[in-house]
Design a protein. Sequence first.
Length: 268
Amino acid sequence: MPVLGAFDCSGSISDEHFAKMLDSTSLSDRYVAAKALGHFPSDMTTRVLARTVADDNEHIYVRLESAASMFRLGHREYISFFNAMLGDHYLENRLECAIVLGEIPSDKSRDLLIHTLLDQSQHPEIRAGAAWSLGELQDKDAMGPLIKVFNNVEEKVRVEAARALLRFSAGYQKEIVGLIPQGSEDERAGIAWALSNSGGFAVRDLLPSMTDDEARRWISWIIGTQDQAAYVGQIEELKHADSEVYFAVTVLWKILASWVAGLDVYYT
């Protein structure tokens, strides 16, 4: 099968075309139109999108995408629509709202998602959705709240927050490493998981965060779960800085390289 890296687009489809699609009997047509109109700033676009958002008989997914398009076109007051929707009676609608907010790079969408993430009265599924969306936005100011919920008892919230923090590691790895010393035990666990899975760090960047025994244990695990061949050249620096952490890393490498590491058990 031939693989195409791009598609030619004539650019001939107008905002009027998508405005007409908003009157289609097909839900998918209306959904696509609501999303596409966010790229066509005009008085007509504003009028039809505002009408759609206000239509209580319209499908909520179309209304949410219309509100998102209005927000992208500069109508920031539509954040109030998302705020109200996050309190909707139906969890499915709240979750879709959280997901759509993850497609709107803005301080207002970020703040609303952070509020939702930290709101103990929200359903865990919605808080987990907010964590996922914050990972999509990758706004640096969201890292602190994501780490904070590692202390939460709801596992699904912690899991999505950890996955979201992993998304940040490509651009903010050193900042994440710097958060280890002041973190609680659960916070350090989530930070360590994100760093372990991100890889690509330098051992010397971890050394200043070895502030206590617990931090040293987590850093041993972070380094020890990396590919030995990629880090063996840096391990001497660790040996001189902390011989006990060096020993722990080398032992972990030996265990993980053993033929029994990852051996599955099958019961009959």
